[in-house]
Design a binder for this molecule. Structure first.
Ligand code: ADP
Ligand code: MG
Length: 138
């Protein structure tokens, strides 16, 4: 069993796509073991994306991620990290496979509807960034 962090980003929450995306997650067999809706501050978004702070898109990305509510969840399952990344599709929706969340819903390379951890180390940091052990109920 493995855990990964999922975020339904502001572009999707604002278009009322939270339920549709959570259904895709659950239909894939991944289990939601923690979840909440929050509105990140700019500083909280910067902390979450600190690995990208040298990137040219960092300022825009953290402004976008703090522009409205997000739904953060911990997903659990066998190979949850790769499984969820596959369900999400490529970062740029123009390159995303048919049937993926980003192919269906992403607006562009920035407003791409979902986040998923990319490795066990980042999953550990990212799940702890949003949830205490007491909030994980799976
Ligand atoms: P992923 O979310 O697929 O793991 P990255 O970790 O590379 O992608 O980037 C984090 C987020 O930063 C992306 O999901 C997207 O919102 C944004 N982003 C990535 N690349 C670009 C870019 N070239 N221009 C604008 N925003 C970008
Ligand atoms: Mg990433």
């Amino acid at each position: 069993m493995q855990r990964t962090l999922s975020i339904i980003k502001p572009d999707a929450v604002s278009r009322n796509l939270g339920g549709a995306i959570l259904k895709m997650i659950q239909d894939s067999g991944l289990r939601i073991v923690a979840m909440k809706m929050i509105h990140l501050s700019k500083a909280q978004a910067e902390g979450f994306y600190h690995v990208h702070k040298a990137r040219p898109f960092f300022a825009d990305l953290t402004t976008f991620m703090s522009s409205g509510p997000v739904v953060v969840a911990i997903l659990e399952g066998e190979d949850a990290i790769v499984k969820y990344r596959t369900l999400m599709g490529a970062t740029n929706p123009a390159n995303a496979e048919e049937g993926t969340i980003r192919k269906l819903y992403a607006l562009d390379i920035e407003k791409n509807s979902v986040h998923g951890s990319d490795a066990p180390e980042t999953a550990a940091f990212e799940t702890a960034y949003f949830f205490s052990g007491l909030e994980i109920v799976g």
